[in-house]
Design a protein around this ligand. Structure first.
Ligand SMILES: [Zn+2]
Ligand SMILES: [Zn+2]
Length: 343
């Protein structure tokens, strides 16, 4: 089969021919239809410090996909060849306290698809059956290709009540833009998105943000009178990991506000600690998706009309992967989809 692999400890990827993977009695072999490129894949492409510390090479990368079941292991029940599926890309231990009590998304022994085991940028991928999630018919392949990051957005956005609340989203990457669409869909009063990148802010406007503010030119608080916001934002969805954005968010919230934190910082940084204390703020770190509560929620949101098509900016055959990665590395793309059914 064709597979997109990191062959050497250096920048770049190679499209190569390898054996179709073997699968065990509890595994599912999936024929990949579409995959999507994640920021994580860009770190791997670039071979930054994190990638060098984390990835074994050679490795087939990729973790966002939809496909059809090609074959199931002897012990697998409830999944049949031909069924359309995606999968939770975090493979957890199943034995620790968090795994056994419905919090597998924070299992300390998590193995990442396409990061620590062979991923889905290939014609076939193997996953444990318990990670596989059947995709409802009504969700098209081009959307089902990125349920994984949509799950991050849904997990973050639904961490706190949004109906009737004024919501600030810091960071307009694909997950921030999806979070804006979700906040709108579930009835937030005002949705404001901040970033420093005009192309990405335009995507936020297209999914229904009331205001998409470039913080290099505009102070977000100057929009408060227009938006009828009197005491500050009620909820923050932090998607940037940028110290400046986080400090600004802490300033812009009302006392008692709630902040769900998904963005990853590139280095430790100082926080205005006393603001958190005196404002009585609630902070929640978000990692991955709740297995499988988030998956049910996100498919239900899509089935009830959540429209994410503006998030897709590129759809390419897998052979054009260099073009896809170039779009991602430009920092101005939304989701980039690779089609594994045509070359
Ligand atoms: Zn991802
Ligand atoms: Zn565990």
């Amino acid at each position: 089969m064709k597979a997109l692999r990191k062959l050497r400890a250096a920048a770049g990827l190679d499209l190569v021919e390898i054996e179709t993977p073997d699968y065990g009695p509890h595994d599912v072999l999936i024929r990949v239809k579409r995959s999507a490129i994640c920021g994580t894949d860009v770190h791997i492409y670039n071979w930054d410090d994190w990638a060098a510390r984390t990835l074994p090479v050679p490795l087939t990368i990729g973790h966002e996909f939809v496909g059809t079941v090609a074959a199931v292991g002897a012990e697998v029940e409830g999944l049949t060849p031909g069924q359309r599926v995606s999968a939770e890309g975090h493979i957890t231990c199943g034995r620790c306290r968090n795994c056994r009590t419905g919090r597998a998304h924070i299992c300390a022994a998590t193995i990442g698809l396409g990061v620590q085991r062979p991923g889905c940028f290939a014609e076939y991928v193997v996953l444990p059956a318990r990670n596989v999630f059947p995709v409802p018919e009504s969700i098209p392949d081009r959307i089902a290709a990125f349920l994984d990051p949509l799950g991050n957005a849904v997990h973050t956005a639904l961490s706190f009540e949004l109906a009737g609340e004024d919501v600030l989203i810091t960071g307009a990457g694909p997950i921030g833009v999806m979070a804006a669409a979700i906040a709108r869909h579930v009835g937030a009063r005002r949705v404001v998105v901040t970033d420093v990148n005009d192309a990405r802010l335009e995507l936020a406007r297209r999914v229904g943000a009331d205001r998409a503010i470039n913080v290099t030119r505009e102070e977000p608080a100057s929009a408060f009178p227009d938006l009828g916001i009197h005491e500050g934002f009620d909820v923050v969805l932090e998607m940037s990991g940028k110290p400046r954005a986080i400090a600004q968010a802490l300033d812009l919230v009302r006392p008692g506000a709630r902040l769900a934190l998904l963005g990853i910082a590139s280095a430790p940084f100082e926080l205005p600690w006393n603001t958190i204390v005196f404002k009585g703020l609630w902070l929640k770190g978000i990692y991955g998706r709740e297995v499988f509560e988030t998956w049910y929620k996100m498919t239900a949101l899509l089935e009830s009309g959540l429209d994410l098509t503006p998030v897709i900016t590129h759809e390419l055959p897998y052979t054009a992967y260099e073009e896809g990665f170039a779009a991602m590395r430009s920092g101005t793309s939304g989701k980039v989809i690779l089609n594994w059914e045509e070359s």
